[in-house]
Design a protein around this ligand. Structure first.
Ligand code: HEC
Ligand code: HEC
Length: 240
């Protein structure tokens, strides 16, 4: 809003010289600004998202980094569309998630809430390289710096075999770099034991993997292949 006020002042100074041109410019500028603001409001309402995040943070961490070594998945940087589909699925009780039952009641979690919180979470970027301490930080600051860093420990497995199967069977949907896209979730940067738990629940038919029965993809793999894919995913984390 400060910008708008500034443009009014600018317009009044300009008045003498080119009243009409200035007016047109200012009007155009206002329209552009309005456009920007409404676009932003459509993407997500940051204040409301941050309010909601207070609740989510108790399990998923202040920055959506997840917690308790993967009992609570990482949400930061995950695909917005995918997270929205999962929240809808929790709300409709199609994907069963007991810890989140109270937070996904119809009356508490509106479509607008889903848009806001998933837009916010998707926009959070976590560092993937260790923090550099200057030496004058106190323990709390160090802890907070560490919290923003997300490096999944290397999982044990045959990385070459994992790479081969991942590229052949998974990359078409989850992307070559494991970053996901659209409604396909990001797998790289997610906790290994969380991913393992999901694979198991797909194989057991407790969670549908994909519409075209791609449960078949996971069910036909050997246990060692799955272990190797998960090991491969921990070996291709970007260094940022
Ligand atoms: C009491 C703990 C708890 C709270 C609070 C909580 N969650 Fe969760 N959430 C979980 C657990 C546990 C899972 C994983 C369930 C599973 O293993 O299938 C999960 C999974 C998710 C997933 C799916 C992630 C994926 O990769 O599929 C999303 C999205 C999510 N939570 C969003 C939220 C949002 C948004 C909030 C706040 C409104 C929230 N959660 C609050 C415990 C919690
Ligand atoms: C045809 C597209 C497709 C292929 C191929 C595919 N997936 Fe998926 N995958 C999906 C979709 C869609 C979801 C989300 C499904 C849902 O809503 O539960 C998903 C979800 C997952 C999840 C859960 C992620 C989370 O955050 O909860 C894991 C783990 C997973 N896939 C692993 C794999 C592995 C490993 C392979 C290769 C062996 C693979 N997928 C191949 C489409 C695919």
């Amino acid at each position: 809003m400060k910008i708008q006020a500034a443009s009014i002042t600018h317009f009044s100074v300009d008045r003498e010289a080119s009243r009409h041109r200035g007016y047109r410019l200012a009007t155009g500028f206002f329209i552009c600004l309005l456009g920007l603001f409404s676009l932003e409001a459509y993407a997500f309402d940051a204040d409301s998202a941050r309010d909601m995040m207070g609740v989510c943070a108790t399990c998923h961490g202040e920055f959506g980094q997840g917690g308790s070594r993967g009992e609570y998945p990482r949400l930061a940087g995950q695909s917005e569309k995918y997270m929205a589909s999962q929240l809808e699925s929790f709300r409709a009780r199609k994907r069963i998630n007991f810890p989140m039952f109270p937070y996904t009641e119809e009356r508490d979690l509106s479509d607008e809430d889903i848009r806001n919180i998933t837009g916010y979470l998707a926009s959070i970027k976590l560092q993937t390289t260790p923090p550099v301490f200057k030496g004058d930080e106190d323990a709390l600051t160090r802890l907070q710096m560490m919290d923003k860093v997300m490096i999944i420990p290397r999982a044990v497995g045959d990385i070459e075999n994992g790479a081969r199967i991942y590229k052949k069977e998974c990359a078409s949907c989850h992307a070559k770099d494991g970053g996901g896209r659209g409604s396909f979730p990001m797998l790289v940067g997610q906790y290994t034991n969380y991913l393992m738990k999901q694979v198991t629940s797909y194989i057991n038919g407790e969670r549908p993997h994909d519409e075209d029965d791609s449960r078949g993809i996971l069910a036909k793999l050997k246990d060692t292949d799955i272990r190797d894919i998960l090991a491969y995913l921990t070996s291709i984390q970007p260094q940022e």
